[in-house]
Design a protein around this ligand. Structure first.
Ligand code: P1T
Length: 400
């Protein structure tokens, strides 16, 4: 039935059609949108023949399958799996590839929850992790051990938006018989396709840009290797970390506008980054789309865009940063990113609070570092909101 292949059609065409082609077989209704198949179990006429390959929704569900087909088409992957959250996807990948005694080399700037998973969960099962600044390739090679099985990176990273050279790291991984896993959440497949750059497995928190509307938690795994796919799919079913049919539908719906949203997120983010760069209350702006970003050229080389997340350092104390955040009216003071609405947060206290203070400070997550997920609103309104909130306290009271 599926005729939209991974190649041959443009990204937006695949985003709309892949996995959702109307079914014209006898008795089918030609739905343009894949229905939400809520049935948890599927009847069969013959004991040994599951109808259409479906037995039980944890193992296979038509709505989830449509999403997995679409996700694979977008990442240029052969195989896709949809999970109940980004962390469920990460956990299942790690369970599938590692055993006690193995070692992970991971980027030192990762989502706090991912670090917690490595440090506090897998560590208990005898799987150790060494964190390293993966923007420095020579450091990576130094810490690979005999027990190392994989390298895990985010690029851009959360929350410091550092860029790793995915192709060079893939080469290092393969020369050492390791797998490279890239968390592609921040750019989405619209702006970056790590498998094309040599990565072995891509993971996503589809809660973010892929879903795009802050109304569905999900995760995804995309890859080309059939053996690893079978191992991960087997464990996904065995542990039950699957996305529900309704959440699959919401994610399918969100993806259709991914390219439009990403363009708008990026346009707004660049304008806000430029505004903040000139503002006297701001010390430093980190956005891969700015010439001032240390890996701006690398970002241009390996991605087709810079995304919609930026971070910045405010002058003053943590209290000043908190006052600024609390004075904003359009930006919601909230964790997460990638939705159509602008969100803002203080990583040290919110998304990265599970990382020890010394470790945070060592890698640059200070108490005044602010992360922004720029939405698709009118950018003038967003800038006005920031300008007002950045006014020194005495003036803002005056205008209140
Ligand atoms: O929240 P969940 O869907 O389980 O995804 C975890 C995750 C994985 N990878 C990256 C890069 C992420 O940013 C996240 C979740 N991040 C946030 C909630 C946040 O505010 O950064």
């Amino acid at each position: 039935m599926q005729t939209i292949k991974n190649t041959g059609y443009g990204f937006s065409t695949r985003a709309v059609h892949a996995g959702e082609e109307p079914d014209f077989r006898e008795g089918a209704t030609g739905d343009v949108i894949v229905p939400i198949h809520l049935s948890t179990t599927f009847a069969r006429k013959k004991v040994t023949v599951p109808t259409g390959g479906y037995e039980y929704t944890r193992s296979l569900n038509p709505t989830r399958k449509a999403l997995e087909t679409k996700l694979a088409a977008l990442e240029n992957a052969k195989y896709g799996l949809a999970f109940s959250s980004g962390l469920a996807a990460e956990t299942t990948v790690l369970l599938s590839l590692l055993k006690s005694g193995d070692h992970i080399v991971a980027f030192d700037d990762l989502y706090g929850g991912t670090k917690r998973l490595f440090n506090h969960i897998f560590n208990e099962y005898g799987i150790s992790t060494t964190f390293v600044d993966a923007t420095d390739i020579s450091r990576l090679e130094e810490i690979i051990e005999r027990q190392t099985k994989l390298i895990w990176i985010e690029s851009p990273s959360n929350p410091l938006l550092k860029i790793c050279d995915i192709r060079s790291i893939a080469n290092i991984a393969h020369e050492n018989n390791l797998l490279l896993i890239v968390d592609n959440t921040f750019l989405s497949p619209y702006f970056q396709k790590p498998l094309d750059l040599g990565a072995d497995i891509v993971v996503h928190s589809s809660t973010k840009y892929i879903g795009g509307h802050s109304d569905v938690l999900g995760g995804a795994v995309l890859l080309n290797d059939e053996d690893y796919y079978q191992q991960i799919a087997y464990r996904q079913n065995a542990v039950g970390a699957v996305l529900s049919p309704f959440d699959s539908y919401l994610t399918l719906r969100g993806i259709k506008t991914l390219s439009l949203r990403m363009e708008q997120h990026q346009k707004n983010a660049l304008e806000i980054a430029r505004f903040l760069e000139k503002h006297p209350e701001i010390d430093k702006v980190i956005y891969p789309g700015l010439d001032s970003h240390p890996q701006h050229e690398l970002a241009k080389k390996q991605s087709s865009g810079f995304g919609g997340v930026l971070s910045f350092e405010m002058k003053g104390s943590r209290e000043d940063a908190e006052h600024f955040l609390e004075r904003l009216t359009l930006f919601a003071l909230a964790e997460s990113l990638g939705g159509v609405e602008s969100l803002i947060e203080l990583p040290a206290v919110m998304t990265h609070a599970s990382i020890a203070k010394e470790v945070r400070e060592k890698i640059g997550i200070t108490d005044t570092l602010i992360r922004v997920s720029v939405g698709i609103e009118d950018v003038e309104d967003l800038i006005d909101d920031m300008r007002n909130a950045l006014l020194p306290e005495k003036f803002s009271n005056f205008f209140a």
